[in-house]
Design a protein around this ligand. Structure first.
Ligand code: HEM
Ligand SMILES: [Cu+2]
Length: 557
């Protein structure tokens, strides 16, 4: 264990952002609800995201229990449709899109670039309110009209225009959540451009901040497309304007193009910040400069750009010319290259590093494995020939859970374990963290691998019931689901226990030996982050001092 030189050993003397009231003069809950402090807002997002994630996990488990046996098990078919839509909508719009940027981005982006807040602190508070209002709308649409949408999270027309359920309110929720995400992106781009400490050049910006910067551009450019599309669905429902309805000269395919023009880039909004987290964790626990810093920066930007050009790979079977299919297939293969560059960089960083095994590193390794499986099976779907066989089957469900859950989900868990000591100033129990992470990983494999096989055998997705030959696979998946959810809950309970006085173990300013600026401030940080002018390293991942300090300490002992 090491102490960062800049933290100066006096952190206890300065009140942390928990203690110092912000805005000044306000106290209690009011101080939190009116705060402009990026760190307080990050924690407010944290509790909200936890709530949604746990709810959506339980809904997912309910779906899986329903599918464990043939016929009705715990819910009727109509409820099943609502539950998988609700599960998908919450997971996408309230968990995987906002989680890492809103929590860890808000908390650490300003600190990593030596700033005392984001560029628009009030707008940041406004984004949080939009997030809460969007979530509230989702809840309200459960209990009004004929209940929550049953369309799936993609709201495909014509069904979404004709179904009796409360699609209008559900898409309004998604619209508001989109605005929240867009404003956060705008805030981050401006912050990175305008707030970096004087002597920090672009090639000294930490990789997590770089990944958020690339993500933010996608958020700004793609979100308006889906927003207007959702408005069009509402207009179509109320006024029947005939944009999508072929009877009136409309075109249902237009909806799919508009929807995926956002929603494919959105998968990069989900994964890029996760990749940024992994790019921070791997060098710290390998005690080695990240291999190919520039390669990772450029690949983040390349993913953001190329990822915006591949949306129609969701539509090979919807009706397109062969030339279009070929072009979209080719472009899809091209986006795999920058993702592979990152995986190679992480693995090469560990090669001959002095590996320090910790829970964040274990979770990062699980990420690399699961995300690679997700990415490679993505190529099966990107290739038009094989996609036609597995389109809309369980294979797709397995693929996207591997990338979004194995990827973003596990990156989120890794980020929690990596930055928890910094955010709360406490260390958690390692044994329980390892156990939770391992159970979750094993459960994950049992849960999703059978779905690849079921999909190839022809079991469609979004089906309530299935033929007898699919029962074993579905039973196994259900069993894995329980293990998975149990492992995750164990990780969360362990983190939560670390906050309770009885088990409290204070954390140092730099418990892992990190080199980026967040490790130079006390744990938890004071309101204005830095006690003295931050010292910017020529190269953000230079571990020579960390290694020298460790060697000196070894000699002394
Ligand atoms: C980070 C975690 C997760 C994310 C991001 C996620 C996301 C999604 C999305 C977007 C859908 C599509 C919904 C639709 O078709 O409208 C979905 C479907 C589904 N999810 Fe999840 N999910 C996650 C975790 C889980 C867990 C833990 C379980 C079970 C224990 C689960 C079980 C299911 C099931 C059974 C479906 C329905 C599949 C279908 O028939 O198409 N998911 N999920
Ligand atoms: Cu896509």
């Amino acid at each position: 264990m090491t102490t960062h030189p800049e933290s100066g050993g006096t952190p206890a003397a300065v009140p942390s952002f928990f203690e110092a009231s912000s805005p000044p003069g306000q106290t209690g809950i009011k101080a939190w609800l009116l705060t402009h402090d990026h760190k307080r807002l990050a924690l407010m997002y944290l509790w909200a995201v936890f709530f949604w994630l746990v709810l959506a996990l339980l809904l997912g488990l309910a779906l899986r229990v329903e599918l464990m046996f043939i016929g009705e098990t715990i819910m009727p078919a109509e409820i099943y449709n609502t539950v998988f839509t609700l599960h998908g909508v919450i997971m996408i719009f309230l968990f995987v899109i906002p989680a890492i940027p809103a929590i860890f981005g808000n908390f650490f982006l300003p600190i990593q670039i030596g700033a005392d807040d984001v560029f628009f602190p009030r707008l940041n508070l406004f984004s949080w309110y939009l997030y809460m209002i969007g979530g509230a709308f989702a809840i309200v649409s459960l209990f009004t009209g004929d209940g929550f949408a049953d369309t799936g999270w993609t709201f495909y027309v014509p069904f979404s225009v004709t179904t009796e359920t409360n699609v209008s309110l559900t898409v309004t929720a998604a619209f508001i959540l989109g605005m929240s995400s867009l404003l956060t992106g705008l805030n981050f781009v401006t912050t990175v451009h305008r707030m970096r400490v004087k002597n920090m050049g672009w090639m000294q910006v930490p990789l997590f901040t770089w990944s958020l910067y690339a993500t933010a551009w996608v958020q700004i450019l793609a979100t308006p497309v889906v927003s207007i599309t959702l408005v069009l669905v509402v207009l179509e429902r109320f006024l029947n304007i005939g944009l999508f309805d072929p009877d009136r000269g409309g075109d249902p395919l237009l909806y799919q193009h508009l929807f995926w023009m956002y929603s494919h880039p959105a998968v990069y909004i989900m994964i890029l910040p996760g990749m940024g987290v992994i790019s921070e964790i791997i060098p710290v626990f390998s005690r080695k400069a990240i291999f190919g810093y520039k390669g990772i920066v450029v690949s983040s930007l390349a993913i953001a750009i190329a990822g915006s050009l591949v949306w129609a790979h969701h539509m090979y079977t919807s009706g397109m010319s062969d030339v279009s299919v070929f072009v979209f297939s080719l472009l899809t293969f091209i986006v795999a290259i920058p993702s592979a560059i990152k995986v190679f960089s992480w693995v090469s960083t560990m090669y001959k590093g002095s590996i320090l095994m910790t829970p964040p590193l274990l979770l990062a390794l699980i990420f690399i494995y699961l995300f690679s499986v997700g990415g490679l099976t993505g190529l099966v779907l990107g290739a038009a020939g094989t996609d036609i066989h597995v389109h809309d089957t369980q294979f797709v469900v397995a693929h996207f859970h591997f990338t979004m859950f194995g990827g973003t989900g596990f990156a989120f868990f890794a980020a929690l374990h990596f930055w928890w000591p910094k955010m709360f100033g406490v260390m958690y129990h390692f044994g329980r963290a390892y156990l939770g992470a391992s159970l979750a990983a094993i459960g994950f494999i049992f849960h999703y691998v059978p779905m690849f096989i079921l999909g190839m055998q022809g079991m469609p997705r979004r089906y309530y019931d299935y033929l007898p030959q699919f029962e074993t696979g579905n039973f196994l998946a259900g069993f894995g689901g329980f293990l998975l959810v149990f492992g995750i809950m164990l990780m969360f309970v362990n983190l939560w226990m670390s906050l309770i006085d009885r088990w409290r173990q204070p954390a140092e300013a730099d418990p892992w030996g990190g080199t980026t600026l967040e490790w130079a401030v006390p744990s938890p940080p004071p309101v204005h982050n830095f006690l003295q002018e931050p010292r910017v390293l020529d190269y953000p991942y230079d571990f020579s001092e960390v290694l020298a300090r460790a060697a000196a300490k070894d000699k002394k002992d």
